[in-house]
Design a protein around this ligand. Sequence first.
Ligand SMILES: Cc1cc2nc3c(=O)[nH]c(=O)nc-3n(C[C@H](O)[C@H](O)[C@H](O)COP(=O)(O)O)c2cc1C
Length: 178
Amino acid sequence: MHKIGIYFGTDTGTTRLIAKKLAKKIGDAAARPLNVNRTVVEDFLSHDALILGTPTYGINQLPGKSTNIAAGSWEEFLPELDIIDFTGKKVALYGLGDQEKYSDRFVDSMIHLHNFFTEQGATMIGQWDTDGYRFTTSKAVVNGKFVGLVLDQQNQALLSDERMDRWLETILPQMEGV
Ligand SMILES: Cc1cc2nc3c(=O)[nH]c(=O)nc-3n(C[C@H](O)[C@H](O)[C@H](O)COP(=O)(O)O)c2cc1C
């Protein structure tokens, strides 16, 4: 089995920290997590199973130069994948946000990754229940579920470990053998 690729965007490092925790929990099957602003497309494509993380900044945007991340992030990396066919690849998303301060746009950025990789043919896995979160609106909810794991390190940090464990239990069996 190819190693599971873990890629993230971040501004203040929280999404990186979660990537490292996920990698540690997964163990040998996980490749070393990489920031997408330092990722070579060829390496990204070497994995048939991917875990992709993003924080949310700004309204209806992916993190990147438009949201004042000088080194760039998903906003700059996704266009590099524009012509790639992801058919046969499994993609699981995780997103970080703040449900109290940004209750009306909680973890919105995830929807951009979801739509992009869906359109490129990937099999999206790891949808997540909205139970246990308090927010008014999120673009990242499709058919009543978040499009990926949602973590809120500002308000619910103590729940994150258990959420990660439960999420990995559902996605890892689906990533086996890819
Ligand atoms: C200026 C600013 C705007 C933010 N906008 C949102 C938002 O629209 N929705 C949301 O859920 N969280 C929002 N957040 C919270 C961040 O997504 C959250 O703190 C995240 O953990 C940051 O991840 P990072 O440390 O990897 O950059 C915002 C935070 C800041 C500082």
